[in-house]
Design a protein around this ligand. Structure first.
Ligand SMILES: [Zn+2]
Ligand SMILES: [Zn+2]
Length: 250
């Protein structure tokens, strides 16, 4: 399983990265975790425009799903259209919300390009991957994911405050992509986002092999996010996410 960070900028795109989007590949199958604003452009540096086989959306905040609208254009009106519909595992409200974002009626909405499957907590199969979704602590319906293939696992927190479910989803994972939106300080808001320290505490409890701090908000000093994470009691390697970074879990 190969993981490529397409976008790791938190809440809005930054100068060096789009918003959230991660490409997970195995056996020639290409799965996207989130499809935030700006990510469709950078994605084309790594795979062909029509090479996406499935998409999982953690939640429906713009920085995690808005390029679904752009990709709908590519798959509906491209030169060899109609293209095969891409399965999209997303919160149940996704068809209505994305149609509204695009500015089209709910029928047919974006369903000329996508087959929407409502997310619920638990496991499901996507191509060669087993995906487990778990509900995390954010102001809207939001999921974290564990993606497993060939005995290797990737955990992705999505957007979340402190969450026992993130620890459960990540238990023993080879790689954990954990959001680190906040600079660490006393009295952080609950059920919203994590600091680097909190991300590392989750990684330590889960016993993951490597922690990648992501959803990095451009207004923060990212070195401080990394320094905060180094105080979280996690003994394994810690990286700041970077658009274009590749992790080969094979
Ligand atoms: Zn976000
Ligand atoms: Zn969010």
């Amino acid at each position: 399983m190969k993981v490529t960070i397409i976008g790791c900028s938190g809440s809005f795109p930054g100068p060096d990265s789009p918003s959230s989007c991660y490409l997970v590949e195995a056996e020639g199958f290409r799965l996207l975790l989130d499809f935030g604003n700006g990510s469709l452009g950078v994605l084309q540096r790594h795979i062909g425009l029509y090479d996406v086989d499935a998409i999982c959306l953690s939640h429906l905040h713009a920085d995690h799903c808005l390029d679904m609208c752009a990709y709908h254009v590519a798959r509906t009106y491209g030169p060899a259209a109609p293209y095969a519909k891409v399965p999209v595992h997303a919160p149940a409200d996704a068809p209505r919300r994305l149609a509204a974002a695009y500015g089209m009626p709910e029928e047919p909405g974006l369903e000329t390009a996508f087959d929407f499957v409502p997310l619920a907590p638990g496991p499901f199969e996507v191509g060669p991957f087993t995906v487990v979704a778990g509900q995390v602590n954010h102001p809207v319906e939001a999921y974290g994911f564990r993606v497993t293939h060939g005995g290797r696992s990737l955990a992705y927190s999505g957007d979340t405050g402190e969450s026992a479910e993130v620890v459960r989803l990540s238990a023993g994972a080879d790689l954990m992509l954990c959001e680190s939106s906040f600079l660490d300080q006393p009295e952080l808001p609950t059920d919203l986002h994590l600091s680097g320290r909190q991300a590392a505490e989750h990684a330590a409890k889960a016993g993951v092999g490597r922690l990648v701090l992501t959803h990095l908000v451009p207004w923060n000093d990212q070195q401080r996010i990394l320094d905060d994470a180094c105080r979280g009691g996690y003994g394994g390697p810690i990286d700041l996410a970077r658009s274009g970074a590749v992790y080969d879990l094979a």
